[in-house]
Design a protein around this ligand. Structure first.
Ligand code: SF4
Length: 396
Protein backbone atom coordinates (compact mmCIF):
# COMPACT_ATOMS: atom_id res chain seq x y z
CA UNK A 1 0.00 0.00 0.00
CA UNK A 2 1.24 3.48 -0.90
CA UNK A 3 2.19 5.50 2.14
CA UNK A 4 3.45 9.06 2.52
CA UNK A 5 7.08 9.05 3.73
CA UNK A 6 6.19 11.19 6.76
CA UNK A 7 3.59 8.63 7.80
CA UNK A 8 5.84 5.57 7.56
CA UNK A 9 7.29 5.74 11.10
CA UNK A 10 3.85 6.56 12.48
CA UNK A 11 2.32 3.62 10.69
CA UNK A 12 4.97 1.33 12.14
CA UNK A 13 4.14 2.55 15.62
CA UNK A 14 0.40 2.15 15.08
CA UNK A 15 0.83 -1.36 13.72
CA UNK A 16 3.01 -2.26 16.72
CA UNK A 17 0.44 -0.78 19.13
CA UNK A 18 2.89 1.88 20.30
CA UNK A 19 1.91 5.27 21.62
CA UNK A 20 2.16 8.32 19.34
CA UNK A 21 4.09 11.37 20.52
CA UNK A 22 3.19 15.06 20.33
CA UNK A 23 5.50 15.31 17.32
CA UNK A 24 3.66 12.43 15.62
CA UNK A 25 0.36 14.20 16.25
CA UNK A 26 1.65 17.36 14.60
CA UNK A 27 2.72 15.36 11.53
CA UNK A 28 -0.80 13.94 11.24
CA UNK A 29 -2.11 17.51 10.89
CA UNK A 30 0.42 18.59 8.25
CA UNK A 31 -1.49 19.59 5.12
CA UNK A 32 0.74 17.58 2.75
CA UNK A 33 0.05 14.37 4.68
CA UNK A 34 -2.90 12.85 2.82
CA UNK A 35 -6.12 12.78 4.80
CA UNK A 36 -7.13 9.38 3.44
CA UNK A 37 -3.90 7.82 4.67
CA UNK A 38 -4.38 9.30 8.14
CA UNK A 39 -7.95 7.97 8.00
CA UNK A 40 -6.76 4.48 7.07
CA UNK A 41 -4.45 4.43 10.07
CA UNK A 42 -7.23 5.58 12.36
CA UNK A 43 -9.54 2.95 10.90
CA UNK A 44 -6.98 0.29 11.72
CA UNK A 45 -7.09 1.30 15.38
CA UNK A 46 -10.86 1.75 15.33
CA UNK A 47 -11.38 -1.79 14.02
CA UNK A 48 -8.79 -3.21 16.38
CA UNK A 49 -10.70 -1.78 19.32
CA UNK A 50 -14.33 -1.89 18.21
CA UNK A 51 -14.43 -4.23 15.23
CA UNK A 52 -17.22 -3.37 12.83
CA UNK A 53 -19.57 -2.16 15.56
CA UNK A 54 -21.02 1.34 15.54
CA UNK A 55 -22.91 2.34 18.66
CA UNK A 56 -25.91 4.58 19.21
CA UNK A 57 -28.38 5.17 21.99
CA UNK A 58 -31.89 6.55 22.48
CA UNK A 59 -31.44 9.79 24.31
CA UNK A 60 -32.91 13.19 25.01
CA UNK A 61 -31.44 16.51 26.06
CA UNK A 62 -32.55 18.78 28.86
CA UNK A 63 -31.20 22.31 29.18
CA UNK A 64 -33.00 23.54 32.32
CA UNK A 65 -31.94 27.16 31.81
CA UNK A 66 -29.97 29.18 29.27
CA UNK A 67 -29.35 32.08 31.67
CA UNK A 68 -25.63 32.16 32.29
CA UNK A 69 -23.22 34.40 34.16
CA UNK A 70 -20.43 33.60 31.74
CA UNK A 71 -19.95 34.94 28.23
CA UNK A 72 -17.91 32.37 26.36
CA UNK A 73 -17.18 33.86 22.97
CA UNK A 74 -18.10 30.67 21.09
CA UNK A 75 -21.50 30.24 22.77
CA UNK A 76 -24.79 31.01 21.00
CA UNK A 77 -26.94 29.33 23.64
CA UNK A 78 -26.53 31.57 26.69
CA UNK A 79 -28.85 34.42 27.57
CA UNK A 80 -28.95 37.34 29.98
CA UNK A 81 -31.61 37.20 32.67
CA UNK A 82 -33.83 39.90 31.14
CA UNK A 83 -33.32 38.93 27.52
CA UNK A 84 -36.58 37.66 25.96
CA UNK A 85 -34.66 34.55 24.93
CA UNK A 86 -33.85 33.69 28.57
CA UNK A 87 -35.78 30.86 30.23
CA UNK A 88 -35.80 28.67 33.31
CA UNK A 89 -37.79 25.44 33.30
CA UNK A 90 -40.04 24.63 36.24
CA UNK A 91 -40.48 21.21 37.87
CA UNK A 92 -43.57 20.42 35.82
CA UNK A 93 -41.78 21.12 32.53
CA UNK A 94 -38.76 19.11 33.63
CA UNK A 95 -40.86 16.12 34.65
CA UNK A 96 -42.81 16.34 31.37
CA UNK A 97 -39.49 15.99 29.53
CA UNK A 98 -38.67 12.92 31.59
CA UNK A 99 -42.07 11.42 30.83
CA UNK A 100 -41.67 12.10 27.13
CA UNK A 101 -38.25 10.43 27.19
CA UNK A 102 -39.54 7.32 28.93
CA UNK A 103 -42.63 7.13 26.69
CA UNK A 104 -40.30 7.09 23.69
CA UNK A 105 -37.99 4.43 25.05
CA UNK A 106 -35.02 6.70 25.83
CA UNK A 107 -32.37 5.20 28.07
CA UNK A 108 -30.52 8.46 28.75
CA UNK A 109 -31.14 12.11 29.52
CA UNK A 110 -28.21 14.48 28.87
CA UNK A 111 -28.53 17.49 31.20
CA UNK A 112 -26.46 20.66 30.79
CA UNK A 113 -27.30 24.34 30.85
CA UNK A 114 -26.33 27.84 31.89
CA UNK A 115 -24.94 28.99 35.24
CA UNK A 116 -27.90 30.93 36.57
CA UNK A 117 -26.85 33.41 39.24
CA UNK A 118 -30.29 33.44 40.88
CA UNK A 119 -30.62 29.66 41.24
CA UNK A 120 -29.01 28.07 44.25
CA UNK A 121 -27.14 24.80 44.54
CA UNK A 122 -30.24 23.01 45.85
CA UNK A 123 -32.16 23.82 42.64
CA UNK A 124 -29.60 22.00 40.53
CA UNK A 125 -29.66 18.98 42.88
CA UNK A 126 -33.45 19.09 43.13
CA UNK A 127 -34.11 18.86 39.43
CA UNK A 128 -31.92 15.78 39.10
CA UNK A 129 -33.50 14.28 42.17
CA UNK A 130 -37.13 14.66 40.98
CA UNK A 131 -36.22 13.13 37.63
CA UNK A 132 -34.41 10.24 39.25
CA UNK A 133 -37.24 9.52 41.65
CA UNK A 134 -39.90 9.65 38.92
CA UNK A 135 -37.91 7.74 36.27
CA UNK A 136 -35.32 5.58 38.03
CA UNK A 137 -34.37 3.66 34.87
CA UNK A 138 -33.55 6.79 32.91
CA UNK A 139 -29.78 7.35 33.14
CA UNK A 140 -29.02 10.97 34.03
CA UNK A 141 -25.77 12.14 32.43
CA UNK A 142 -25.67 15.50 34.08
CA UNK A 143 -23.56 18.63 34.50
CA UNK A 144 -20.25 19.42 32.89
CA UNK A 145 -17.11 20.10 34.89
CA UNK A 146 -17.76 23.82 34.35
CA UNK A 147 -21.12 23.52 36.09
CA UNK A 148 -19.62 21.42 38.87
CA UNK A 149 -17.02 24.15 39.37
CA UNK A 150 -19.91 26.63 39.66
CA UNK A 151 -21.58 24.36 42.23
CA UNK A 152 -18.36 24.40 44.27
CA UNK A 153 -18.69 28.18 44.35
CA UNK A 154 -22.44 28.12 45.16
CA UNK A 155 -22.20 25.44 47.85
CA UNK A 156 -18.82 26.51 49.25
CA UNK A 157 -17.88 22.85 49.19
CA UNK A 158 -14.90 20.96 47.75
CA UNK A 159 -15.40 19.15 44.48
CA UNK A 160 -15.45 15.68 46.04
CA UNK A 161 -18.31 16.65 48.29
CA UNK A 162 -20.23 18.23 45.39
CA UNK A 163 -19.88 15.09 43.28
CA UNK A 164 -21.00 12.96 46.23
CA UNK A 165 -24.12 15.14 46.46
CA UNK A 166 -24.73 14.72 42.72
CA UNK A 167 -24.43 10.94 42.95
CA UNK A 168 -26.82 10.98 45.90
CA UNK A 169 -29.35 13.00 43.88
CA UNK A 170 -29.26 10.53 40.96
CA UNK A 171 -26.50 11.59 38.57
CA UNK A 172 -25.23 8.46 36.78
CA UNK A 173 -22.31 9.88 34.77
CA UNK A 174 -20.84 13.19 33.62
CA UNK A 175 -20.91 14.59 30.10
CA UNK A 176 -17.64 15.81 28.63
CA UNK A 177 -18.45 19.42 27.86
CA UNK A 178 -16.62 22.54 28.96
CA UNK A 179 -13.19 21.25 27.95
CA UNK A 180 -13.05 23.48 24.83
CA UNK A 181 -9.27 23.87 24.28
CA UNK A 182 -7.18 23.45 27.42
CA UNK A 183 -4.15 25.53 26.52
CA UNK A 184 -4.40 28.95 28.22
CA UNK A 185 -3.30 30.76 25.05
CA UNK A 186 -6.66 29.80 23.57
CA UNK A 187 -8.78 29.17 26.64
CA UNK A 188 -8.19 32.64 28.05
CA UNK A 189 -9.53 34.14 24.81
CA UNK A 190 -12.57 31.87 24.63
CA UNK A 191 -13.73 31.63 28.21
CA UNK A 192 -11.40 33.25 30.69
CA UNK A 193 -13.72 32.82 33.70
CA UNK A 194 -14.39 29.13 33.29
CA UNK A 195 -12.64 26.33 35.16
CA UNK A 196 -9.14 26.10 33.72
CA UNK A 197 -7.61 22.92 32.34
CA UNK A 198 -6.15 21.81 35.66
CA UNK A 199 -9.47 22.15 37.42
CA UNK A 200 -11.50 20.60 34.59
CA UNK A 201 -9.22 17.55 34.72
CA UNK A 202 -9.29 17.46 38.51
CA UNK A 203 -13.09 17.35 38.51
CA UNK A 204 -13.07 14.39 36.12
CA UNK A 205 -10.33 12.70 38.14
CA UNK A 206 -12.45 13.04 41.27
CA UNK A 207 -15.55 11.75 39.48
CA UNK A 208 -13.58 8.71 38.29
CA UNK A 209 -12.29 8.10 41.83
CA UNK A 210 -15.88 8.17 43.07
CA UNK A 211 -16.88 5.54 40.52
CA UNK A 212 -18.49 7.70 37.83
CA UNK A 213 -17.70 7.19 34.18
CA UNK A 214 -17.34 10.40 32.20
CA UNK A 215 -16.89 11.62 28.64
CA UNK A 216 -14.47 14.20 27.32
CA UNK A 217 -14.55 16.68 24.45
CA UNK A 218 -12.54 19.21 22.45
CA UNK A 219 -14.04 22.19 20.64
CA UNK A 220 -11.99 22.73 17.47
CA UNK A 221 -12.03 24.83 14.33
CA UNK A 222 -11.97 28.36 15.77
CA UNK A 223 -8.86 30.27 16.89
CA UNK A 224 -6.72 27.30 17.91
CA UNK A 225 -3.72 25.85 16.05
CA UNK A 226 -3.13 22.12 15.45
CA UNK A 227 -0.58 21.95 18.27
CA UNK A 228 -3.20 23.21 20.74
CA UNK A 229 -5.38 20.26 19.74
CA UNK A 230 -2.56 17.76 20.19
CA UNK A 231 -1.69 19.29 23.56
CA UNK A 232 -5.35 18.94 24.55
CA UNK A 233 -5.52 15.28 23.51
CA UNK A 234 -2.33 14.43 25.38
CA UNK A 235 -3.67 16.00 28.59
CA UNK A 236 -6.77 13.80 28.32
CA UNK A 237 -4.64 10.74 27.58
CA UNK A 238 -2.50 11.37 30.64
CA UNK A 239 -5.51 11.51 32.95
CA UNK A 240 -6.95 8.40 31.34
CA UNK A 241 -3.68 6.55 32.03
CA UNK A 242 -4.18 7.33 35.70
CA UNK A 243 -7.91 6.64 36.12
CA UNK A 244 -9.33 4.76 33.11
CA UNK A 245 -12.61 6.61 33.70
CA UNK A 246 -13.24 8.22 30.31
CA UNK A 247 -15.58 6.25 28.10
CA UNK A 248 -15.85 8.37 25.00
CA UNK A 249 -14.08 11.30 23.40
CA UNK A 250 -16.20 13.66 21.32
CA UNK A 251 -14.47 16.12 18.98
CA UNK A 252 -16.89 19.06 18.70
CA UNK A 253 -16.85 21.11 15.51
CA UNK A 254 -17.22 24.83 16.19
CA UNK A 255 -20.36 26.49 14.79
CA UNK A 256 -19.89 30.27 14.49
CA UNK A 257 -23.43 31.55 13.84
CA UNK A 258 -24.79 33.86 16.58
CA UNK A 259 -21.55 33.64 18.56
CA UNK A 260 -18.91 36.23 19.41
CA UNK A 261 -16.74 34.59 16.73
CA UNK A 262 -19.29 34.82 13.92
CA UNK A 263 -16.64 36.24 11.57
CA UNK A 264 -14.99 32.80 11.46
CA UNK A 265 -15.95 30.06 9.04
CA UNK A 266 -17.08 26.73 10.40
CA UNK A 267 -14.53 23.96 10.02
CA UNK A 268 -14.56 22.04 6.74
CA UNK A 269 -15.57 18.39 6.56
CA UNK A 270 -11.93 17.66 5.78
CA UNK A 271 -10.82 19.15 9.10
CA UNK A 272 -13.67 17.29 10.83
CA UNK A 273 -12.46 13.97 9.43
CA UNK A 274 -8.79 14.66 10.10
CA UNK A 275 -9.55 15.64 13.69
CA UNK A 276 -11.62 12.49 14.16
CA UNK A 277 -8.77 10.36 12.83
CA UNK A 278 -6.05 12.15 14.82
CA UNK A 279 -8.14 11.79 17.98
CA UNK A 280 -8.49 8.03 17.47
CA UNK A 281 -4.76 7.72 16.90
CA UNK A 282 -3.63 9.87 19.83
CA UNK A 283 -6.18 8.63 22.38
CA UNK A 284 -5.01 5.04 22.44
CA UNK A 285 -6.50 4.46 25.89
CA UNK A 286 -10.03 5.83 25.41
CA UNK A 287 -12.31 3.12 24.04
CA UNK A 288 -14.81 5.15 22.04
CA UNK A 289 -14.66 8.10 19.67
CA UNK A 290 -17.97 9.72 18.87
CA UNK A 291 -19.06 11.33 15.61
CA UNK A 292 -21.68 13.72 16.99
CA UNK A 293 -23.96 13.92 13.97
CA UNK A 294 -25.74 17.03 15.24
CA UNK A 295 -22.55 19.07 14.72
CA UNK A 296 -20.91 17.21 11.86
CA UNK A 297 -23.92 16.74 9.63
CA UNK A 298 -25.19 13.29 8.72
CA UNK A 299 -22.92 12.68 5.72
CA UNK A 300 -19.68 13.58 7.50
CA UNK A 301 -20.74 11.56 10.55
CA UNK A 302 -21.24 8.51 8.32
CA UNK A 303 -17.81 8.89 6.73
CA UNK A 304 -16.30 9.45 10.19
CA UNK A 305 -17.23 5.85 11.03
CA UNK A 306 -14.31 4.91 8.75
CA UNK A 307 -12.04 7.66 10.11
CA UNK A 308 -11.78 6.46 13.70
CA UNK A 309 -15.29 6.97 15.08
CA UNK A 310 -17.31 4.05 16.42
CA UNK A 311 -20.30 5.89 17.92
CA UNK A 312 -22.89 8.25 16.43
CA UNK A 313 -24.35 9.51 19.75
CA UNK A 314 -28.09 9.02 19.83
CA UNK A 315 -31.45 9.70 18.34
CA UNK A 316 -31.48 12.97 20.39
CA UNK A 317 -34.52 15.05 21.29
CA UNK A 318 -34.57 18.78 22.06
CA UNK A 319 -31.02 19.73 21.06
CA UNK A 320 -30.71 23.51 21.51
CA UNK A 321 -27.06 24.40 22.00
CA UNK A 322 -25.75 23.76 18.48
CA UNK A 323 -28.96 24.61 16.72
CA UNK A 324 -28.75 28.06 18.35
CA UNK A 325 -25.29 28.26 16.71
CA UNK A 326 -26.61 27.47 13.26
CA UNK A 327 -26.52 23.67 13.06
CA UNK A 328 -28.82 22.66 10.18
CA UNK A 329 -29.08 18.99 11.09
CA UNK A 330 -32.48 17.60 12.17
CA UNK A 331 -33.34 18.03 15.88
CA UNK A 332 -33.78 14.29 16.22
CA UNK A 333 -33.49 11.03 14.27
CA UNK A 334 -35.71 7.98 14.43
CA UNK A 335 -34.17 4.67 15.45
CA UNK A 336 -34.64 3.38 11.91
CA UNK A 337 -32.89 6.45 10.51
CA UNK A 338 -29.83 6.19 12.76
CA UNK A 339 -29.52 2.44 12.15
CA UNK A 340 -29.79 3.05 8.41
CA UNK A 341 -27.05 5.69 8.55
CA UNK A 342 -24.78 3.17 10.25
CA UNK A 343 -25.62 0.34 7.87
CA UNK A 344 -25.10 2.56 4.82
CA UNK A 345 -21.62 3.26 6.21
CA UNK A 346 -20.94 -0.49 6.23
CA UNK A 347 -21.01 -0.87 10.01
CA UNK A 348 -23.09 -2.98 12.38
CA UNK A 349 -25.47 -0.87 14.49
CA UNK A 350 -25.51 -1.74 18.20
CA UNK A 351 -27.78 0.03 20.65
CA UNK A 352 -25.94 0.72 23.88
CA UNK A 353 -26.89 2.37 27.14
CA UNK A 354 -24.84 5.22 28.59
CA UNK A 355 -22.38 2.79 30.17
CA UNK A 356 -21.89 0.80 26.94
CA UNK A 357 -23.97 -2.17 27.90
CA UNK A 358 -26.18 -3.66 25.22
CA UNK A 359 -29.86 -2.76 25.33
CA UNK A 360 -32.49 -5.44 24.81
CA UNK A 361 -35.81 -4.13 23.49
CA UNK A 362 -39.16 -5.79 24.03
CA UNK A 363 -40.18 -6.99 20.57
CA UNK A 364 -43.88 -6.21 21.17
CA UNK A 365 -43.29 -2.79 22.71
CA UNK A 366 -39.91 -1.32 21.74
CA UNK A 367 -40.28 1.52 24.23
CA UNK A 368 -39.70 -1.12 26.93
CA UNK A 369 -36.13 -2.29 27.40
CA UNK A 370 -33.67 -3.88 29.72
CA UNK A 371 -29.92 -3.74 30.06
CA UNK A 372 -28.15 -6.64 28.35
CA UNK A 373 -24.60 -7.86 28.81
CA UNK A 374 -21.71 -5.42 28.79
CA UNK A 375 -20.16 -5.10 25.38
CA UNK A 376 -17.08 -7.30 25.66
CA UNK A 377 -14.24 -9.06 23.87
CA UNK A 378 -15.51 -11.14 20.95
CA UNK A 379 -14.25 -14.51 19.76
CA UNK A 380 -11.64 -12.79 17.58
CA UNK A 381 -10.26 -11.12 20.67
CA UNK A 382 -11.48 -7.63 19.74
CA UNK A 383 -12.85 -5.36 22.40
CA UNK A 384 -16.39 -4.14 22.13
CA UNK A 385 -16.49 -2.50 25.50
CA UNK A 386 -15.67 0.36 27.76
CA UNK A 387 -15.50 -1.80 30.81
CA UNK A 388 -13.13 -0.71 33.58
CA UNK A 389 -10.72 -3.43 32.54
CA UNK A 390 -10.53 -1.95 29.05
CA UNK A 391 -7.40 0.11 29.52
CA UNK A 392 -5.59 -2.71 31.28
CA UNK A 393 -6.64 -5.19 28.60
CA UNK A 394 -5.33 -2.99 25.82
CA UNK A 395 -1.95 -2.69 27.42
CA UNK A 396 -1.66 -6.38 28.29
S1 SF4 B 1 -20.65 27.78 27.03
FE1 SF4 B 1 -21.76 27.35 28.97
S2 SF4 B 1 -20.66 28.57 30.49
FE2 SF4 B 1 -20.11 29.43 28.50
S3 SF4 B 1 -21.60 31.08 28.14
FE3 SF4 B 1 -22.41 29.22 27.16
S4 SF4 B 1 -23.78 28.36 28.72
FE4 SF4 B 1 -22.43 29.80 29.77
Amino acid sequence: MKIHPKLRPIREKVEAGQRLSLQDGLVLYEPDVPLNEVGQLANLVRERINGNAAYYNLNTHLNPTNVCVYRCTFCAFRSDLRDPKGYVMNDEQILARGQEAVDNGCTEMHIVGGLHHQRDYQWYLHLVSILHQAFPNLHLKAWTAVEINWFEFLAKKPVRSVIEDLIESGVGSLPGGGAEIFHPEVRDRLCEHKADATHWLEIHRTAHQLGLRTNCTMLYGHIEQPWHRIDHLIRLRELQDQTGGFQTFIPLAFHPENTGLSELKKPSSLLDLRTMAVSRLMLDNIPHIKAYWIMLGLGTAQIALSYGADDLDGTVRHELIYHDAGATTPEMLSVDAIRQLIQEAGRDPIERDTLYRTVIRDTDDPTRWQVGPAIARDEDGRWHASTPQFARALSS
